[in-house]
Design a protein around this ligand. Structure first.
Ligand SMILES: Cc1cc2nc3c(=O)[nH]c(=O)nc-3n(C[C@H](O)[C@H](O)[C@H](O)COP(=O)(O)OP(=O)(O)OC[C@H]3O[C@@H](n4cnc5c(N)ncnc54)[C@H](O)[C@@H]3O)c2cc1C
Length: 610
């Protein structure tokens, strides 16, 4: 079937990104290529570092790489078996087989189990037939589909013929390798209709496409059969007993994409911080009478905008390093107990970090005044390209609900006297700390010195989470009697989202405190301690109403927290240059003329043509 012409505006950008990927694939060989690391489970950390670094230069390029290696490559390797690896691995790795990950449909995104594409087994020909049964089932937003993809892992309901009145039996969502284009002519193959999804708000270097399948035949071997298989005579086998368990196992294998997005989002936040802070140090406006103008970073308001953000960037850095670390352990050890942790943490950290970064990009733009609005200074592109991080690889609101559900499941099991389902560190430890939080401790912590005590800070974070958890459980129980489980969940939804965010903030703070404690160099440790205190106290101050309502902090303590937060912002301002320099982002990566370490204005004027 004819392939529709690509959106002309997007064409240039997709070609540039495609050329860049080819170059990377050729020149990155001294470092093991992403998929090797990913697959051999040696060092996923290296792969995520590569994607983060590449995303810092061009987010479209980072995402396009992610589509090729994490999504298309990751689905083949993680959902398939040896025969798939033998046939596809090298060619995916070398880019000979560019591919897509085709899950979302026009009518279903977050609710993946609602997808309608079908793959029906034909025992006579030993093939599956892939069909798009209605327009709502057209695969939509599929990265790499509009121009470059030659294959796709297509998620579809596996249908087996039966002898009863229904004629088929639905075995649930499975993934299938479907060739999209002829390997030589690059024309779309028979039965496959491809359209470009049109110009987007950002990420126009990625060719997102829509796919319709009409009786597309693929061999039985193209079923990615790690969690469910069909024999030559049409019998279905799986080590997992139910559709829901198979579905959970399938999605569980795809968490790597989320881990990568969380790391990349921190990379974007580092870039934005670097540009905004370097410029704020250089830019001077006003000053005391008859004295030189002062740097805009010396204004308390500018410190208030940027210093807690810088502290959050450090906090997120350590949290994502931890996430990558437990993801790597999971991949290396294949320890089942780690799966639950990685699943819940990757959902929560991805949601929390990407939402924060998206908001921060606007703050940074505004903090740089008019020059922040010049396209060359990058905030517009960063904001537009990054914005969708909040939606793909799982919509943030949906992901946070998974975190809340995990916490409540653990809570229930604990109270029913059962053993906790997840016995590895993170969920078990979190639950134990939440359940052992004492009542308000206004009297326990006298004076103001303890505000910088990590124990006070962690207690405060965990106390808030613990209250939210216990009250959510009570409310859900009450409402479910009348509204049923779904209705009760919806009635408590905002509460549950706050619970999930509060929990993730507790995890992030705990990891930051650990990083400070482990820092080997005393000077760096002192600097990190300041930054960590600012992160913790700013969060407490942001939620001071909650702490006051339950009398966790007395009015004078609330005042002290506010005062100290401002003071810490000022202290962090004094080391802000060193703190952003430590991100080690050279000028040719940040690229914004206003952030150039030498001759920022000269570079900027030159850009305009002076
Ligand atoms: C640029 C881009 C690239 C993409 N690349 C790919 C790709 O390569 N492959 C692929 O398969 N998909 C891809 N996607 C699709 C992406 O994964 C989906 O957009 C995402 O999963 C969200 O689904 P949706 O768009 O249907 O949103 P919806 O699920 O319709 O969500 C819309 C709104 O409803 C809210 N909502 C939905 N459910 C709930 C709930 N249970 N509780 C509360 N609120 C809810 C959400 O929070 C959101 O605000 C891409 C999307 C874009 C835009």
């Amino acid at each position: 079937m004819e392939q529709k012409k690509q959106n002309p505006k997007a064409e240039d950008e997709t070609q540039i990104v495609s050329r860049r990927i080819q170059r990377i694939s050729l020149h990155i060989t001294p470092i093991p290529r992403p998929l090797h690391d990913h697959d051999s489970n040696l060092e996923p950390a290296k792969y995520f570092a590569i994607v983060e670094a590449i995303g810092a230069v061009d987010i479209s390029l980072g995402i396009k790489l992610g589509v090729q290696y994490s999504l298309w490559g990751g689905s083949v390797i993680n959902l398939g078996t040896k025969k798939h690896k033998d046939k596809y691995f090298e060619k995916i790795d070398s880019l000979e087989y560019p591919g897509c990950f085709a899950m979302t449909e026009l009518h279903h995104g977050s609710n993946v189990q609602g997808i309608q594409t079908v793959a029906t087994f034909d025992p006579i020909t030993d093939e599956f037939t892939i069909n798009t049964p209605n327009d709502g089932a057209i695969k939509w937003w599929i990265g790499n589909a509009a121009v470059h993809g030659k294959f796709a892992s297509v998620f579809a309901k596996l249908m087996l013929p039966t002898h009863d009145a229904k004629g088929v039996s639905d075995m649930g969502v499975h993934a299938f390798i479907v060739p999209l284009r002829d390997l030589k002519t690059h024309q779309a193959l028979p039965g496959i209709e491809i359209h470009d999804c049109g110009h987007k708000v950002g990420l126009n270097g990625v060719d997102n496409g829509a796919l319709r399948f009409t009786s597309v035949r693929i061999p039985r071997d193209n079923l990615l059969n790690r969690f469910g298989d069909v024999s030559r005579d049409g019998k279905y086998t799986s080590s997992l007993p139910t559709i829901n368990k198979r579905f959970a196992a399938t999605l569980g294998e795809l968490v790597g994409g989320r881990v990568g997005l969380a790391s990349s989002s921190v990379g974007v936040l580092k870039i934005a911080n670097t540009i905004a802070i370097r410029y704020s140090l250089l830019r001077q406006q006003f000053g005391p009478p008859k004295q030189p103008e002062i740097s805009i970073l010396d204004y308390q308001s500018q410190q208030h905008k940027l210093m807690p953000m810088l502290a959050s960037t450090y906090a997120f850095h350590f949290a994502t390093v931890y996430l990558v670390d437990i993801y790597s352990q999971m991949k290396i050890t294949h320890n089942e107990q780690l799966v639950g942790d990685v699943h819940a943490l990757s959902a929560g950290i991805k949601a929390y970090v990407t939402s924060y970064t998206a908001k921060s990009l606007s703050v940074c733009r505004e903090a740089c005044g008019g020059h922040g609005y010049a396209a060359v200074n990058r905030f517009g592109t960063l904001r537009n390209d990054h914005d969708i991080f909040q939606t793909f690889e799982g919509d943030n609101t949906v992901l946070l609900q998974q975190v809340a559900a995990d916490l409540l499941k653990q809570y229930k099991e604990k109270f029913q006297g059962g053993t906790l389902a997840v016995t590895w560190n993170y969920l078990r430890e979190s639950m134990n700390t939440y359940l052992s939080q004492p009542n308000p401790v206004t009297s326990r912590w006298e004076g103001a010195e303890h505000l910088q005590d990590p124990k006070f800070q962690l207690d405060a974070f965990r106390y808030r989470t613990s209250r939210l958890l216990q009250s959510a459980a009570v409310r859900l129980r009450k409402h479910s009697k009348i509204l049923g489980g779904f209705g009760a969940w919806n009635r408590c939804l905002n509460h549950l989202l706050t619970l999930a965010e509060s929990h993730i903030e507790s995890v992030i703070l705990a990891k930051f405190i650990e990083a400070v404690e482990k820092c080997p160099d005393p000077n760096s440790q002192a600097a990190l301690k300041l930054v960590c205190d600012l992160y913790a106290l700013n969060r407490i101050w942001n939620d001071i109403g909650t702490y006051r309502n339950v009398d966790y902090v007395a009015p004078n303590k609330a005042k002290a927290i506010h005062k100290l937060t401002d003071y810490l912002s000022f202290q962090v301002r004094n080391i802000a240059k060193e703190l952003v320099d430590a991100f080690d982002l050279p000028d040719h990566v940040t690229r914004a003329p206003i952030a150039m370490q030498s001759e920022a204005y000269a570079q900027y004027k030159q850009y305009v043509g002076f």
